[in-house]
Design a protein around this ligand. Structure first.
Ligand code: ZN
Length: 249
């Protein structure tokens, strides 16, 4: 029987799961926007070349040989280790939160070319953010951009229920902003400022370059991260532990 050839993949590492004493299952996002899982033998051995190439949020070119079940990563080359995002605990937490959302929004055999470039850019933003506020903005922007792309775009400039143009509340479960009268019977419709609504719209519409350059105060940035967290956790129906950790720092 002919052996299937090894395939080279350009990936971003999204997660690592212990398989055996020194082996690890690596979850990745390919440049085609598909989720790929493969085994890195010796991937847990400290100092091993494969361990460095399959670290969380590394971008790499990896050669994957077909295995009986999962493929086996046989060799690889680092494209971008995002080294500046590894310099302090807040940046690591932010990059980890991106990978957590990425893991939940990409699928095997369902390519989506939107996903790889936006994650790569968001990881770069975690390196470039000049302060904690912009780090929070970068994470919130990534989560809302990807969720919006996949069909959970919040309605922000009018009431999601009646279309009234000046909403004053936000309800994640309802899908966006609500006016006072529509919000009356909705338990978790929280008051929201026009500033926050405008910022949420900006997170979806503006580039990372523009967002990193925009002035933002700590309180607004925290509220953006908090809203993006609730939005992602609710619509992905998942507990986002890395995002929770970042919020708590
Ligand atoms: Zn309304």
């Amino acid at each position: 029987m002919a052996r299937r050839p090894a395939v080279r993949h350009r990936v971003i590492v999204l997660g690592r799961t212990k398989l055996a004493e020194q082996d690890v299952i690596v979850t990745m996002l390919t440049s085609e926007g598909e989720q790929l899982r493969a085994v890195a033998k010796g991937g847990r051995k400290p100092g091993s070349r494969l361990a460095a190439r399959t670290e969380l949020f590394v971008e790499a070119d990896l050669l994957v040989s077909p295995g009986r079940g999962l493929g086996i990563i046989t060799e690889g080359q680092i494209i971008d280790a995002h080294a500046s995002a590894r310099t302090d605990v807040e940046r690591v937490a932010a990059a980890s939160a991106l990978c957590e959302v990425a893991r939940l929004t990409c699928y095997e055999d369902m390519p989506d070319t939107f996903l790889h470039p936006v994650l790569s850019r968001a990881l770069k933003a975690c390196e470039q953010a000049v302060d904690r506020a912009h780090l929070d903005v970068a994470v919130a922007a990534y989560a809302l951009k990807v969720l919006s792309h996949e069909g959970w775009r919040p309605v922000l400039n009018s009431c999601v229920a009646c279309g009234e143009p000046s909403p004053t509340r936000l309800c994640v479960r309802a899908g966006g902003a609500l006016c006072e009268s529509c919000a009356r019977d909705v338990e978790d419709a929280l008051p929201v400022s026009q500033n926050l609504l405008a910022w949420l719209e900006a997170l979806i519409g503006l580039t990372f370059d523009d967002l990193l350059a925009a002035p933002v105060d700590d309180q607004t940035a925290f509220e953006l991260l908090d809203t993006a967290h609730r939005w992602a956790a609710t619509h992905l129906d998942a507990r986002l532990r890395a995002m929770e950790f970042l919020r708590g720092l």
